[in-house]
Design a protein around this ligand. Structure first.
Ligand SMILES: Cc1ncc(COP(=O)(O)O)c(C=O)c1O
Length: 372
């Protein structure tokens, strides 16, 4: 079947671009002898995780415990959960995962450490962790100059085993043009160097120094301290990556296919894909380079100016003209492909104009609560 024959809206995944993105980032890791543990929350798909593992990924970073459990069930051995846990239900899952694979959580407070340590003791397991370093995002994390102190305090918990340090240079998403990215890479490098030293000062050699984001990856992959990289969005890319220079339109693998269904007034067109396909994300960390809710491929004269749940408004820019007409099919690149991916049960796999089949988004959702 050809894309032109497809029902709309549909979320298309260009397999050539996906394969190229996976290969490109893996090759850079290989070139610098680094390990790739990609963040899977972008795609939430076992099939794409397998493509990453086949290309050379040696572990995975997960954004949810659902993803950790699904990857563990699929047989992957090296899994890290990106965030701390503190609820009894989550800790039970962490303990189960610890029994089944080489599982690592992240910690940044003594309070969470105490709760996990107590449960681990009761269960008779040792829970492995890295300490989260705050390299500028100011979300989770310990300041680099406090890592020595935190390492020493956390080391007192008998059923917790320190594995090293982790960070996410997500502050880079405030970058509105490519020339701003190096500043965030320098902050990441300085923070991880200081944090690794801090851990050594506390008497522990960090076995794992891990970091990563798509915009910082190319400039940080040769960092002498960081050994494991966790880019996530790179598999799909999107308007946000184009705004910071880490991707071009040709690198964007995930698009929303829609049909123009109305032209209610001069300069205004309506398509049959809205917020439930594209998402309302305009950059989680704020980014003034993002205008509207995505980019219509081949139509630079259009702005996706508004989204209702199932329909999108396309406005012709002031002083410009368009060839668009009712009945036309359009393809839109989302602002944030991770949000778009989370809105569908399956991607439509395409190569050129040809539809190849579907790829399930099978590790999405709150799986652990399905049985209630
Ligand atoms: C902790 C952590 N690590 C890695 C990533 C991957 O970053 P990116 O999607 O920019 O590649 C994310 C994404 O938000 C994250 O939260």
């Amino acid at each position: 079947m050809k894309i032109q024959e497809m029902a709309t809206p549909a979320i298309l995944l260009d397999m050539d671009k996906l394969e190229r993105n996976i290969e490109k980032y893996q090759n850079m890791c290989d070139l610098y002898d680094k390990e790739m543990w990609p963040m899977v929350k972008t795609h939430k798909s076992l099939a794409i995780a397998k493509m990453q593992a086949d290309a050379g990924a040696t572990g995975f970073l997960c954004g949810t415990l659902d993803e950790c459990e699904a990857l563990c069930e699929a047989g992957y051995k090296n899994l890290m959960y990106a965030y701390p846990v503190a609820s009894a239900a989550s800790i039970r899952r962490v303990i189960e995962l610890t029994r089944k694979c080489n599982f690592i959580i992240r910690l940044d407070t003594l309070e969470a450490a105490e709760i996990v340590d107590k449960a681990a003791k009761e269960a008779g397991v040792i829970v492995q962790y890295t300490i989260i370093v705050d390299c500028g995002l100011h979300r989770f994390g310990v300041a680099p100059d406090r890592i020595a102190e935190m390492t020493a305090k956390l080391d007192e918990f008998e059923n917790l085993e320190p594995m090293g340090i982790s960070t996410h240079p997500g502050a880079v998403y405030a970058a509105e043009e490519p020339r701003q990215v190096p500043m965030y890479v320098e902050a990441e490098a300085a923070a991880m160097a200081m944090a690794a030293d801090g851990m050594r000062k506390a008497g522990i050699e960090p076995e794992m120094v891990t970091s990563g984001s798509t915009p910082t990856f190319a400039l940080s992959v040769d960092d002498p301290n960081i050994e494991i990289y966790h880019p996530g969005n790179y598999v799909f890319n999107d308007c946000i990556q184009m705004s910071n220079g880490s991707a071009t339109e040709d690198d964007c693998a995930l698009t929303v296919l829609a049909t123009v269904v109305s032209h209610p007034s001069e300069g205004l067109y309506i398509c049959d894909a809205g917020a439930k396909c594209l998402g309302l994300d305009q950059g989680a960390h704020g980014n003034s380079a993002i205008v509207g809710f995505g980019r219509v491929i081949g139509h630079p004269e259009l702005v996706i100016s508004g989204l209702s749940e199932e329909v999108g408004k396309l406005k012709v820019k002031e002083g410009e003209t368009t060839t668009l007409k009712v009945g036309d099919q359009i393809r839109m690149i989302p602002n944030h492909s991770c949000s778009t991916a989370n809105l569908t049960d399956h991607y439509i796999a395409v190569r050129g104009d040809e539809v190849e089949g579907t790829i399930r988004v099978d590790i999405r959702g709150n799986r652990c609560n399905w049985e209630f």
